[in-house]
Design a protein around this ligand. Structure first.
Ligand SMILES: *Cc1c(COP(=O)(O)O)cnc(C)c1O
Length: 463
């Protein structure tokens, strides 16, 4: 009997060709593809069908998948995607992922695949060096996660293990209303009540008011609480605003708090000179997250946690078991499973290692610089439109604006812009007011599409 689950080389090559023909057509079609697609209930209903006992042809399945890809979907891979955080999804990263999955190394422990574990460590180390972490006694480190939410959870658990012990009062955490909700979620999962997360005030530009945070920390301590963690946002989700990271770092040092910098969106822009000026102070963080699936253009599913002192990350996660007794550990390579909650995990390093080595780091810096330029250009264009009010000047690549004709007009503007299906924007609230939001970040977004977006905004703003 032939082994149906292990196709021969000819079949493999045919399959690969069918899949990659579809995918290459998809990529080549992105320029012309609509920015959003109508939902087809029949396609969705058909996707509910279970598998049959007998095999089906790959070609037939690709047709099913094409429906799945398109129905109701926003074209998140395309150049017209300006909503939330576009990244595009690097082709080279997809190839790295396919490579990693086929060789199927187990990278949870270094003993079973030291080389592939080293690939992930090398990516993390490169970012630690870029961010200037380390120095002094400690060795920096970290790991790749599925996203910033899990990286944040890992960071908060580590901070608690490092700074809180059972003798003190309840631990308290300092954020602002602009902090991503994954911090509150992580705090809840790690056992903090919602009221242990303190909301410091923000200034008119929505940045943390560090004086207010300091006052809350002192008041909490006076009441017998244990302030231990402050989160500074290096590019907020809503408006792309950067907290005063330098001041937060100073406060954290004075008060003996753990400083976590949330660079899920903005962290990647540190690779540019402008980004380094805007994000000054992020390099003083005890832990920082960034999302390669945002500002390093990777497909969804890769986040990163970096810590100043890897020993603390390890101390918070190391555990053992009888059935792992053969694995003695490598003196030079920390087991990735000792740095986070996962044991078995996908081997994540190649997703970043391959693009970084294949394209070189300059390509990333240049692409990020281009996004900063494009966002600035769009900001200048829209500032001169009498029908548009810019609500903040951009720190990085997020623009927020509203119609000068009131809230209903702003909502209608967004509907008009997205109805054109060449670009897709989302909305948020700025100081309680409905705002349109445009984020320039996809590696596929260049000047022509930003020009189109700007002219669609001008047209939609006329009432
Ligand atoms: C996107 C985002 C997160 C959450 O990241 P996920 O990768 O979606 O889990 C956290 N913080 C900020 C600032 C973000 O923009």
């Amino acid at each position: 009997m032939s082994d149906q689950l292990e196709p021969d080389r000819t079949t493999r090559q045919l399959w690969a060709e069918e899949i990659f023909t579809y995918l290459d057509d998809f990529v080549d079609g992105l320029d012309e593809a609509p920015a959003s697609n109508p939902a087809d209930p029949e396609v969705l209903a058909a996707l509910g069908a279970g598998p049959s006992t007998e095999p089906r042809s790959l070609g037939e399945l690709i047709t099913v998948l094409d429906g799945a890809v398109r129905t109701g979907a926003v074209e998140t891979a395309g150049p017209g995607y300006f909503a939330y955080f576009p990244a595009g999804g690097l082709y080279s990263s997809v190839l790295g992922e396919a490579f990693a999955q086929l060789v199927n190394r187990f990278t949870g422990v270094a003993d079973l695949a030291p080389g592939m574990a080293a690939v992930e460590h090398s990516v993390v180390s490169w970012f630690c060096r870029e961010f200037g972490l380390g120095g002094g006694e400690s060795t920096p480190g970290g790991l790749l996660t599925s996203g910033a939410s899990i990286a944040t959870l890992t960071a908060i658990h580590t901070a608690r293990e490092a700074l809180l012990d059972s003798s003190g009062g309840p631990g308290t955490i300092y954020v602002t209303e602009q902090t991503h909700h994954c911090v509150a979620k992580a705090a809840r999962i790690t056992g903090f009540r919602p009221d242990q997360v303190r909301i410091a005030a923000v200034d008119d530009d929505l940045r943390m008011d560090v004086t207010d945070a300091a006052a809350r920390i002192r008041a909490d301590r006076a009441e017998g609480n244990r302030p231990f963690l402050i989160v500074g946002t290096a590019g907020s989700t809503s408006t792309g605003t950067v907290d005063p990271l330098d001041d937060i770092a100073r406060l954290a040092a004075e008060e003996g708090l753990w400083f976590h910098a949330d660079g899920a969106y903005g962290g990647g822009l540190w690779l540019t000179d402008r980004g380094q000026r805007t994000l000054a102070g992020i390099d003083a963080a005890d832990s920082l997250t960034l999302d390669p699936h945002k500002s390093l253009f990777l497909p969804y599913g890769t986040g990163m946690l970096l810590v100043r002192d890897e020993a603390r990350l390890r101390a918070a996660h190391t555990s053992g078991a009888d059935y792992l007794q053969d694995l003695t550990g490598s003196p030079d390579l920390v087991d990735l499973s000792d740095l986070g909650p996962e044991l078995t995990r996908d081997s994540r390093g190649l997703r970043l290692w391959l693009p970084l080595h294949l394209h070189g780091t300059h390509a990333f810096r240049a692409a990020l610089d281009e996004k900063l330029d494009l966002a600035q250009w769009a900001y200048e264009q829209l500032t001169s439109d009498p029908n548009v009010e810019m609500l903040l000047s951009p720190d990085l690549t997020v623009l927020v604006f509203a119609s000068t004709h009131g809230e209903e007009a702003s909502r209608e503007m967004l509907r008009r812009i997205n109805a054109g299906r060449r670009v897709f924007l989302s909305s948020t609230k700025v100081r309680g007011r409905f705002a349109l939001r445009m984020c320039v970040l996809s590696h596929r977004t260049h000047r022509e599409r930003v020009e189109e977006a700007v002219s669609a905004i001008h047209d939609a703003a006329r009432f």
